[in-house]
Write a new protein. Structure first.
Length: 288
């Protein structure tokens, strides 16, 4: 029965991991940028949720849209005002730029909020459902469902809306998209803003189940990278698949090898996937 419980825990964790990674995959797939700022946006989204709860008593799930909205505006401005100036530069240049911005953001966060770990503790945090010997924590179930909902919402947005189709067209054929009246600068800024909003929403979810601090951005950036490579860059459902795989690897790895090696096992699976299938489990060209 313990294996069933671990499997359930893994699926619940994987749903949240999908929300952590899908915005990262969006920017990488559309703009060919390894966005080091992604973990920072996630961390900031967690802090927005934490302070709204701590200062004003606003439920974290009610403040989730606000966290996403604040991060969208921040991401849009950063891309349009800074990153867009080097968008045609080399991959290495954009990597260095986002890394530098991440360092500045983390230092500011440490200055204003210190390095203390914080989390949102709601009155219903300890609730759970029991099915025989299987226990499903209410918070973990909610995080998983919202993570899947965010991933599905992005899939719907990219497939059915005019802006989503413009983003895909820009990724597939930039010159043809420009001939159709698409402004690459605005599309890239919108893409980056959407990615930041998804990261902010994921940060709001993370803050209710995990401790956050200015330095946790690196941990979740690494997880987003691993998930995207495993699932397949350029595929929204790949983020969900990669999240589920990482959740299973971490939880079963902790059972057999101890909690101290669960992160290392995730990286080991990353290397195996790169060796066997470099495009990832569901990877295809373009962003789908």
């Amino acid at each position: 029965m313990i294996y069933v419980q671990i499997f359930v825990n893994s699926i619940l964790l994987g749903g949240m991991y999908a929300a952590v990674a899908v915005g990262f995959s969006l920017v990488w797939g559309v703009m060919n940028i390894l966005n080091i700022l992604h973990g920072t946006f996630l961390m900031f989204g967690g802090y927005v949720t934490f302070w709204l709860f701590h200062l004003y008593g606003i439920d974290p799930f009610l403040s989730l849209p606000l966290s996403a909205g604040v991060m969208f505006c921040l991401g849009y401005v950063i891309q349009l005002g800074i990153i867009n100036q080097v968008i045609r530069a080399s991959f290495f240049m954009t990597l260095v730029l986002t890394f530098g911005l991440e360092l500045i953001a983390v230092k500011l966060a440490l200055f204003f909020w210190t390095g203390d770990f914080r989390s949102v503790q709601t009155s219903y945090a300890g609730y759970s459902f029991e099915f025989g010997e299987i226990v499903i924590p209410l918070m973990r179930l909610t995080l998983c469902l919202l993570g899947v909902l965010l991933t599905g919402g992005l899939f719907w947005f990219m497939a059915t809306t005019r802006t989503g189709r413009a983003i895909r067209a820009t990724r597939i054929d930039l010159e043809a998209a420009q001939l159709m009246g698409v402004s690459p600068a605005k599309i890239y800024a919108t893409t980056f803003g959407i990615s930041a909003a998804l990261a902010g929403a994921a940060g709001a979810l993370v803050s209710t189940g995990f401790a956050i601090s200015p330095v946790t951005d690196v941990e979740f950036l690494a997880k987003a990278f691993v998930i995207c490579v495993i699932g397949g860059l350029g595929n929204i459902t790949g983020a969900l698949a990669g999240g589920m795989v990482l959740g299973l690897v971490e939880n079963f790895g902790a059972l057999y090898f101890g909690p101290g090696l669960q992160n290392a096992l995730g990286y080991a699976v990353l290397l195996i996937v790169l060796f066997i299938r470099p495009s990832g489990l569901l990877g295809r060209a373009g962003y789908h």
